[in-house]
Design a protein around this ligand. Structure first.
Ligand SMILES: Nc1ncnc2c1ncn2[C@@H]1O[C@H](COP(=O)(O)OP(=O)(O)OP(=O)(O)O)[C@@H](O)[C@H]1O
Ligand SMILES: [Mg+2]
Length: 138
């Protein structure tokens, strides 16, 4: 199955809905709850990065026998230095976003911990594609 969910830039009242829909879909499919937890956390972080750091994009969930794949695709400023962006504590989040509790610089490290594979492609001033794969145990 495949599910595509749009994600709006800077819409903080809708933020988290994509991750929540991914979670519900996996629950309906009867996926192991520990696995769902990892996918939901990583998807939430990817979704928030679209909300905070891009001009908007989408989350795509694909489930097959071997793997659960979550792609976060956005248009926007992109990531100039991926290695730096992956460092715990590195964040370019503006003050108004930090005041809402984001911007710890833990999203990408968290995604790496949760996913079995993480692939990031980014082009400055075009956008970013994050691909996360989780081994499907069911
Ligand atoms: N989709 C994206 N587009 C552009 N820049 C991004 C994107 N995702 C991450 N970044 C850059 O990488 C940095 C680190 O991302 P990360 O998710 O680890 O931390 P954060 O979003 O700043 O804070 P937190 O996730 O802890 O709330 C961001 O501050 C931003 O500069
Ligand atoms: Mg983040």
């Amino acid at each position: 199955m495949i599910l595509e969910i749009p994600v709006e830039s800077y819409n903080f009242s809708a933020a988290g809905e994509a991750a929540s829909r991914v979670k519900k879909t996996l629950q309906r499919l009867g996926i192991d709850s520990q696995l769902i937890r990892r996918v939901a956390i990583a998807t939430y972080e990817a979704e928030m990065n679209i909300v905070i750091h891009s001009d908007g994009g989408k989350i795509i969930l694909q489930v097959d026998e071997e793997e659960i794949k979550v792609q976060a695709i956005d248009q926007g400023k992109g990531i100039a230095d991926l290695e730096l962006a992956m460092k715990e504590g590195y964040s370019t989040a503006p003050d108004e976003v930090r005041e809402m509790g984001f911007g710890a610089g833990m999203g990408l490290p968290n995604m790496k911990k949760c996913a079995d594979r993480l692939e990031i492609k980014s082009v400055v001033n075009e956008g970013t594609t994050v691909v996360m794969g989780f081994k499907n145990q069911s």
